[in-house]
Design a protein around this ligand. Structure first.
Ligand code: ADP
Ligand code: ZN
Length: 213
């Protein structure tokens, strides 16, 4: 029997958290929860929360803590989270991490995927997403087998917040507000560092090793 995994993935936007979250989700049979994906779905659905969030995400700014904490609280209460989960993109600030503690959530592992800012800028400019099914590709590193179209047939698009200026500002936000979480979880003895590799599979191997160590 595999142990219960309640994992936080840390890493700059574009570090590859989402891809690793998908792999771990399949391998361990636990849900991968992305606050970014939940927020994008709310924006697309035109909900009140989505409308309020869009003003922040378009600028590359963080959505207020109270909003994302509410999202996570609801999601973690769903029955599929009882056997473990992966948090991709939450917490992103120290108050968000403190909120998890206050909810009584016992995180077992924190993995920080580390990638230099320059590499991230190159990766984000090539990222393409599918608005229909949510799949993500990269023109160079992870191209769609259908070229300009998704595997589902929909045309691929560039996310507004993948614009280089917006990416630079998101990286700044990451260093200022999210990176302190490495210290927060390091002090609890939970932090493991994975150096992001050029090839997805190589990062996956290191992530697996970090979880099994
Ligand atoms: P990336 O990891 O590429 O930055 P995400 O999909 O995780 O993208 O998030 C997209 C946007 O959603 C962020 O830029 C931010 O505005 C918002 N967001 C997602 N998660 C959080 C969070 N935990 N706290 C605040 N804002 C968030
Ligand atoms: Zn698609």
């Amino acid at each position: 029997m595999k142990r219960v995994i309640k994992l936080i993935l840390l890493g700059a936007p574009g570090a590859g958290k989402g891809t690793q979250a998908e792999f771990i989700s399949e391998e361990y049979g636990i849900p991968a929860i992305s606050t970014g994906a939940i927020i994008r779905a709310a924006i697309k659905g035109g909900t009140e929360m989505g409308k309020a969030a869009k003003e922040y995400t378009d600028k590359g700014a963080l959505v207020p803590d109270s909003v994302v904490i509410g999202i996570i609280k609801e999601r973690l209460a769903e029955p599929d989270c009882s056997k473990g989960f992966i948090l991709d993109g939450f917490p992103r600030t120290v108050p968000q991490a403190e909120a998890l503690d206050e909810m009584g959530v016992e995180i077992t592992d924190v993995i920080s995927i580390e990638v230099p800012d320059d590499t991230i800028l190159e990766r984000m400019s090539g990222r393409r997403v599918c608005k229909a099914c949510g799949a993500t590709f990269h023109v160079k590193y992870n191209p769609s087998p259908n070229g300009d179209r998704c595997v589902c047939g929909e045309e691929l698009t560039i996310r507004a917040d993948d614009d280089p200026d917006v990416v630079r500002s998101r990286l700044e936000t990451y260093h200022d507000l999210t990176e302190p979480l490495k210290d927060f979880y390091g002090k609890k003895g939970k932090l493991k560092i994975v150096i992001g590799q050029e090839k997805l599979e190589d990062t996956t191997a290191l992530t697996r090793a970090a979880l099994e160590a």
